[in-house]
Design a protein around this ligand. Structure first.
Ligand code: ADP
Ligand code: MG
Length: 559
């Protein structure tokens, strides 16, 4: 038997990184801007603890296109690297300087927001570039260094005369990637991945109007100057404390997140936890509408203010899929290409936390302003009813705020509903019978009859209502639901005054026979009922059981 060590040489690994590590070529920009951000945040940290004795100032990151030279520049004013550090951090593939930094400054830097992790991000540059240059000057008093590499494992490293602190990465864009020299393309990528990163990012300039002077003449023409075009908001709302934010701030952030969305959200939920995992974010309940744009806007997942994905399946419980907003958590494990790993234990914890937070918020909205909550009910009920069916943890809490509206716009909680119908709506077994309508117009006459008898009639019109009813019945032994047009209604106990029919027995029999010939017997039953209102001399009902069977089969099985 022989044992040995597999020899991994850079020659083998380099093309692998280029080809397979990242499925998406465009993420090179996210990685390089992340490195520039890390370099800036490291400097911030070192100046704050007195280890770097330089002025931190107001550093920015600049992304610049040189279309003629077919080059893309990413320039920062961060910590920089000495020649030795280039050797150490760049020439060693899969050695993460970010992780080393966090390890070294463990306690003081844990909230510094440093992004890097795997020590592979830099090499993503070679997915789009045939040659990469690094010109870098450390904050330490050492000469600048110039590193060049054309994608083969050979590189050159020489001195450079750069005097300002920081790093410039120059990508010589490959022929098959010339897209990345287009202004709109780069703007799109910066907006997608870097819109809320913590260091200002400049991309080109824009014109800004100078304020009109006090003594401006009548024919004064507005003057414009060129200013830096900063494409990101380094301090997005979710990184702030809820006490520092007004309603207006939350709405503004919603617009910032979804510029194409003009409908205002109904309310927001600010997430903020640092134990047992770190997570911040803001979720919004949107107004339900058929708006296609709104359906496209999804919850976005960030990590230290870097966009990761808008596929949050698993992190956000499925029933909250219609919500909008952001979640930012450095504790969601990512793989190298920064898509998250769903199987991790933290992910389930986070999902449970979100469920609980949403339930708590709903409860407090309900308690603080019930009237307002009732008004919003129609827009949020689908989400909540679906939540009751799909998340046991949510179902447990739903009794505190889930409402059951009547056809007369009264809103009951389940407890209130039971109270309201106790007196006169029981069947022969003593069960409380909840009457409901699913369509106010179509079932109008049945509703009227029930109301005349003094019954409360709920209006339950969500598509999943039959599943919800089944669940409520299963969990509340003394409760049974009956649709207002079913044959159960006449079996209710309260039936004091007997009406005398205007038809003779024989006439009634004849009419019944005629009607039964018209309607299918298998699904409906005909009853002639003497009633005080002349509006409905007879009713045709469908056995509750038959109707439910049909409905359940249409909406696809049990909840
Ligand atoms: P990671 O960010 O995961 O550590 P990268 O491959 O992205 O790995 O970068 C490797 C290392 O190179 C970084 O950790 C950092 O030490 C160094 N580095 C990369 N870009 C810069 C930069 N713009 N300024 C200073 N150091 C940098
Ligand atoms: Mg990195």
């Amino acid at each position: 038997m022989t044992t040995g060590k597999i020899n991994v040489s850079v020659e083998n690994i380099f093309p692998l990184i280029k080809k397979f590590l990242y499925s998406d070529h465009e993420i090179f920009l996210r990685e390089l801007v992340s490195n520039a951000t890390d370099a800036t945040l490291k400097l911030k940290h070192l100046t704050s603890i007195g280890e770097a004795k330089v002025e931190y100032g107001n550093p920015i990151i600049e992304v610049k296109i040189d279309k003629e030279g077919k080059k893309l520049h990413i320039i920062d004013q961060g910590i920089g690297m000495t020649a030795d550090e280039v050797e150490k951090y760049i020439n060693q593939v899969a050695f993460s300087g970010a992780e080393e930094f966090l390890e070294k400054y463990k306690d003081s830097a844990k909230d510094s927001g440093i992004i890097g992790h795997f020590g592979l991000g830099f090499y993503s540059a070679f997915m789009v570039a045939e040659k990469v240059e690094i010109i870098t000057k450390s904050f330490k008093d050492e000469p600048a260094a110039h590193w060049t590499c054309d994608g083969s494992p050979e590189f050159t490293l020489v001195a450079h005369d750069k005097t300002e602190r920081g790093t410039e990465i120059i990508l010589h864009i490959a022929e098959d990637s010339l897209d990345f020299l287009e202004e709109f393309k780069i703007r799109e990528l910066l907006t997608k991945y870097n819109k809320f990163m913590p260091v200002p990012i400049k991309f080109g300039t824009k014109k800004e109007a100078l304020p009109k002077p006090e003594d401006a003449p009548e024919d004064y023409k507005t003057e414009y100057i060129d200013v830096d075009n900063i494409i990101n908001n380094p301090n997005p709302a979710w990184t702030k404390q809820p006490v520092d934010l007004t309603d207006e701030d939350y709405k503004n952030f919603y617009r910032e997140l979804y510029p194409m969305q003009f409908e205002e959200p109904l309310f927001n939920i600010h997430l903020n936890v640092d134990y047992p995992f770190n997570l911040t974010g803001i979720l919004y309940f949107p107004k339900m509408s058929g708006d296609l744009q709104l359906q496209k806007d999804k919850i976005q997942l960030y990590q230290n203010q870097v966009f990761v994905t808008d596929n949050v399946e698993g992190i956000v419980p499925e029933f909250l899929g219609m919500l909008k907003g952001v979640i930012d958590s450095p504790d969601i494990p990512l793989n190298v290409s920064r898509s998250y790993l769903q199987a991790d234990g933290n992910v389930k914890k986070i999902s449970n936390y979100i469920t609980r937070k949403v339930a708590d918020k709903l409860k407090s909205l309900f308690n603080e302003n019930r009237e307002d909550f009732e008004q919003k009910w129609n827009d949020i009920k689908i989400v909540l009813e679906y939540g009751m069916l799909s998340e046991p943890k949510f179902y447990e809490k739903a009794g505190d705020f889930v409402l059951y509206p009547t056809v007369d716009d009264k809103y009951f909680t389940l407890a209130e509903l039971k109270e309201a119908i106790t007196a006169n709506q029981t069947d022969k077994n003593g069960k409380l019978v909840v009457l409901y309508a699913s369509n106010k117009d179509a079932q109008h006459s049945y509703i009227e009859i029930a109301k005349e008898k003094g019954y409360e009639v709920l209006l339950l019109d969500s598509p999943i209502v039959s599943h919800l009813i089944q669940k409520l019945e299963a969990d509340n032994e003394n409760l049974t639901f009956t649709r207002v047009d079913s044959d159960h209604i006449d079996k209710l106990i309260q039936k004091e005054e007997t009406q005398i029919s205007k038809l003779s027995e024989e006439e009634q029999g004849n009419l019944k026979t005629v009607l039964e010939e018209i309607v299918p017997k298998t699904t409906y039953s005909v009853q002639l009922e003497p009633m005080d209102s002349n509006a409905s001399p007879f009713i045709i009902t469908q056995p509750e059981f038959m109707r439910r069977m049909k409905e359940m089969s249409q909406t696809g099985g049990g909840g």
